[in-house]
Write a protein that binds this ligand. Sequence first.
Ligand code: GLN
Length: 485
Amino acid sequence: MDITKLTALELGRQIRAGGVSVREAVEAHLAVIREKENDYHCYITVRKEEALSRADAVQEGILSGQYTSPLAGVPVAVKDNICTKAVRTTCASKILGDFVPPYDAAVVERLTAAGMVMLGKTNMDEFAMGSTTETSYFGVTKNPWDITRVPGGSSGGSAAAVAAGEAGIALGSDTGGSIRQPSAFCGVTGIKPTYGTVSRYGLIAYASSLDGIGPVGKDVADCAALLSLISGGDRRDSTSVPQDRFDYMGALKGDVRGMRIGIPKGYFQAGLDAQVADAVLAAAKVLKEKGALLSEFDLDAVDYAVPAYYVIASAEASSNLSRYDGVKYGFCAPDHKDLQEMYKRTRTEGFGDEVKRRMMIGAFVLSSGYYDAYYNKALKVRALIRQSFDRAFENCDLILGPTAPTTAMKLGESLSDPLKMYLGDIYTVAVNLAGLPAISLPCGCDDQGLPIGLQLIGKPFGERDILRAAYCYEQETGGAFCGRC
Ligand code: GLN
């Protein structure tokens, strides 16, 4: 049996049944890391020794009844913008290159309390800005399906680690698609939960009104299990919904009879790769055959989602990233002659090009002469987008479409043309602007053998609907994840 090919829930079951020890589970994944990491570079930091000693402690905890979670003992990878106590957390930036947080993010506390074993911190686009994991200060991550291609981004390290068997399951973050798009590119499943479902305490902020943490797993059930574990209220994040943990496992019933699924016509126009369109529409047909009711509709205002997103996200980023000045923590440029020069050199040397571009756009759209023309206008567009989703959900329970317009691009292709990269976020960013939940799961491959992602978007707190439909599709098709890479 290859432990690294098991789903996280199956591995958890075997561990609880005594068939696999936690140490064996961790060692199996570390062996893949040893073998593949030079090619793939999924991680910024691997915690080999710590993971092994934690494995033994968790084993005891499972035997003594301390850990009863279905994911107890499962090796997990955590995106490097999520704070981990005493473990370097870089955001893939030089400016936080030696930052060691003094506390754990809320989600990390929950993984620990459930007896999961953290293997390390995954690579990402710098400060989660990007769609390819190429803007990382620590070098690019390669797509395990084809190492000449990007894994997507910004959670490319997490998605590639799960696809390659370098982690049993992972956490990512999604501000405008960063869980869903790399999941699509790497042939794995990822969920961006409703805004407020998972605490952002300890998530290093990019754009606070859009940011969210979610699971990346081998299949729908794995994601549902990890989401159940990390969701729930937290008074340290004022935007988290004050509720007990949500239980998503009950939604996995395999039945979509009578479920109303809306397909936005505009999603299938110019710009969408024909093979992606075919695979996504074929997936819709599978759900129809299982009893779902399909209908087409116009999702207006969404045409303006990409510009509105980049205005709002950059504005929030320019404010959030002003804290990195060389004084409080992180990198500080040496040999400065006065305070001004220290600020300037620290930020000039500490941030990469894409992050600087966003901060400049953000400062511009917030400046007094342009605030109304750009930032305020974008907020109005955001309200309209929310309304068009609200209207759509009067007639349907969920919305089906592609996750990304293409499959994984060649490395280097999009770095020279940032605008093109931004346009690739067309199907994901509106979901964040409206705060909705969405899942991406594999629905086939193109003629290059590259995975295609199907996206299902739910009503606010409609995670159960999208999980039910996703699970039904996966059961029906036998799960497109085949671990081929
Ligand atoms: N690609 C988008 C961006 O660059 C989304 C990133 C994200 O979700 N963190 O902003």
